[in-house]
Ligand binder design. Structure first.
Ligand code: SF4
Ligand code: SF4
Ligand code: FES
Length: 578
């Protein structure tokens, strides 16, 4: 098998590899800026320099040639090499900054060069804390600055488009953003203008950077040159917790990270998953964070008379709900599940009321034909349509649901605004008693007689099946009134959790929503109704589903974590990157 020798250690490799990616895969560290594994390699930052050469082999015997001291002879390449663009070959010798003074010196010099005109913005720069330039200068850079002349000034706070702001002075001209628009989103909206130390990326005159994937350039910009107009100056990275989750704003299920501070989600960024979204996500999906913070249903609501809804205690809400269920025949109950809710929510919701004798839950898809783009935006606006189908909920059209509502005395809905999306109208819901299990106030909750606040994707561990049949799960990122970050082992802990106290002015109890996971609320309702129904965790619900339904056989939270989601045995639709 071909072999390479990196910093004196032998490695075997198969196939084609570039040295930098190969070294990163081996857990070795080489500083770099312009390289991105999903894009072409321009090798323009010169930060990943290594010393490289080739052990010399005898043409006839194929044996390595030895010098007088019995050491293998090396033919060093005449200059240092950019490891991102260096293809591995059999017998190659590489020395990184760990073993080569020349490589170390080159990296120091490159950093000094990059920093010559770079502003000293770190204290106010949005990239601080997650900036490779900052980190690499600290680890590999020169100790001081020899630069005594005035720095070159470039445009600042340029609104490239509706969502991205450029600070050209911080740009190190890695061209990642330009390559992204050329190779990934294919909008070709950015280009580098000007020359030498004056160049920076910009759109063509009078053009705006409104690429539907524009915020990915902010993620991949190694410095604080491209910033999210929405997120700028909102928080520092070390103040936030980073929790893995799933995008719930369409059917693709992009893997994301939710960034929270004091129980508010402040930004959503993509998380790499080669099976789903690579490193990317659409801009519109990032806006979903507002749904997790704003306009939340907190504490139950009951309609007393006419349109007046008032806050209710949980006990009163449970008692009212139980009385309604006891006063009506189970065949008069209509259950409406939701493709916007998780597998566990739909399953427990349907199971609970089925135990009371209610017919199987229905659901209405949320598909807008022609909305998708064959990349990461889909026609399906819900994260779990496949999940509802696999749980055998009855897929119903708007007219079928209207008819079912007109025949029901009690309508119970799960986290779906059927009025806003024109499946039902307010007048359809006038006669039956309507109960909504909801995360946010909307037309549906306004039209309901009883509103039960439930946790959203940012507050529970739950799974969702995307349009391709891949089941993936979320982790709780925010505490509710009844959850505790330290006691809930699923939740990540950040600096504020460890060192913050209730007396710090950045900690605010108001941001904890008074809501319960669906299954926990149903546990309480079951207790009141004397029903055998109890779950302690959504993990337990998934175990039960996997035992009962063949399609979910062997699915578990552990496997989803290890394998970054599991492809269920259903037809996978072909979604190609443009
Ligand atoms: S891009 Fe990095 S090094 Fe430059 S000012 Fe911002 S944090 Fe500092
Ligand atoms: S703006 Fe950022 S991503 Fe674009 S070229 Fe400059 S440093 Fe690279
Ligand atoms: S990462 Fe190799 S030259 Fe930039």
């Amino acid at each position: 098998m071909p072999e390479v020798f990196i910093d004196g250690k032998r490695y075997e490799f198969e196939g084609d590899h570039m040295a930098l990616q190969y070294m990163l895969d081996q857990g070795l560290e080489v500083p770099f800026f312009c390289y991105h594994p999903s894009m072409s390699i321009p090798a323009n930052c010169r930060q990943c320099m290594v010393k490289a050469g080739q052990y010399m082999k005898n043409d006839e015997t194929g044996e390595y040639e030895l010098d007088e001291e019995g050491e293998r002879k090396i033919r060093w390449f005449p200059k240092l090499q950019t490891s991102c663009a260096l293809k591995l070959s059999d017998g190659m010798v590489i020395q990184t900054q760990e073993t080569s003074d020349e490589a170390e010196r080159a990296q120091k010099d490159t950093l000094e060069f990059i920093l010559a005109n770079h502003p000293l913005d770190c204290p106010i720069c949005d990239q601080a804390g997650e900036c490779p330039l900052q980190i690499q200068t600290y680890k590999y850079g020169p100790e001081g600055s020899r630069f005594e002349v005035k720095k070159v000034h470039k445009p600042k706070r340029v609104e490239l488009g509706p969502r991205v702001t450029l600070d050209a002075e911080r740009c190190i001209n890695c061209t990642r953003c330009v390559r992204f628009t050329e190779e990934i989103s294919e909008s070709h909206q950015l280009t580098i203008v000007s020359r030498g130390d004056k160049n920076y990326p910009i759109t063509a005159p009078s053009e705006t950077f409104d690429d539907p994937y524009s915020l990915n350039t902010v993620d991949i910009c190694p410095v604080g040159a491209l910033t999210s107009t929405d997120f700028r100056f909102k928080a520092r990275v070390w103040e936030m917790n980073q929790t893995p989750s799933i995008d719930i704003s369409n059917g693709k299920g992009c893997n994301v990270d939710l960034w929270t501070r004091d129980n508010e989600v402040l930004r959503i960024t993509p998380r790499q998953n080669d099976h789903v979204n690579d490193y990317w996500m659409p801009d519109e999906s990032r806006n979903a964070y507002k749904l997790f913070n704003e306009n939340r249903v907190s504490r139950p609501f009951i309609k007393l008379d006419g349109d007046n809804q008032s806050n209710s205690s949980w006990n009163n809400a449970i008692e009212t709900f139980a009385e309604v269920l006891e006063a009506n025949d189970s065949s008069d109950i209509l259950l409406i599940g939701s493709p916007h809710a998780s597998v566990e929510e739909n399953y427990t919701f349907n199971k609970f009321f089925n135990l009371l004798g209610a017919p199987n839950a229905r659901f209405a898809t949320h598909i807008i034909d022609g909305y998708g783009d064959d990349f990461l935006i889909t026609d399906d606006q819900a994260p779990n349509t496949s999940g509802c189908r696999l749980l055998n909920l009855d897929e119903s059209s708007s007219s079928e649901l209207k008819t079912a509502v007109s025949q029901a005395k009690v309508v119970i809905t799960l986290g779906d605004d059927l009025i806003d999306r024109d499946v039902l109208s307010v007048s359809d819901l006038e006669d039956p008693y309507v109960v909504s299990l909801a995360t946010n106030h909307n037309e549906m909750t306004k039209a309901s007689d009883l509103v039960i606040p439930i946790t959203c994707v940012a507050e529970h561990a739950a799974s969702y099946v995307n349009i391709d049949g891949r089941i993936q799960r979320s982790f709780p990122a925010k505490e509710t009134k009844y959850s505790n970050r330290r006691l809930n082992l699923e939740m990540s802990e950040g600096r504020l959790d460890r060192f913050g106290t209730n007396f710090d002015n950045w900690v605010n109890e108001d941001n904890k929503v008074d809501c319960l996971p669906v299954w926990e609320f149903l546990n309480k309702l079951a207790e009141r109704l004397g029903l055998e129904f109890e779950y302690r965790h959504s993990r337990e619900i998934m175990t039960e589903i996997s035992e009962k339904l063949d399609t979910f056989a062997d699915v578990s939270f552990e496997r989803m974590d290890e394998e970054k989601g599991i492809q269920l045995p259903i037809k996978q639709s072909k979604v190609e990157q443009k």
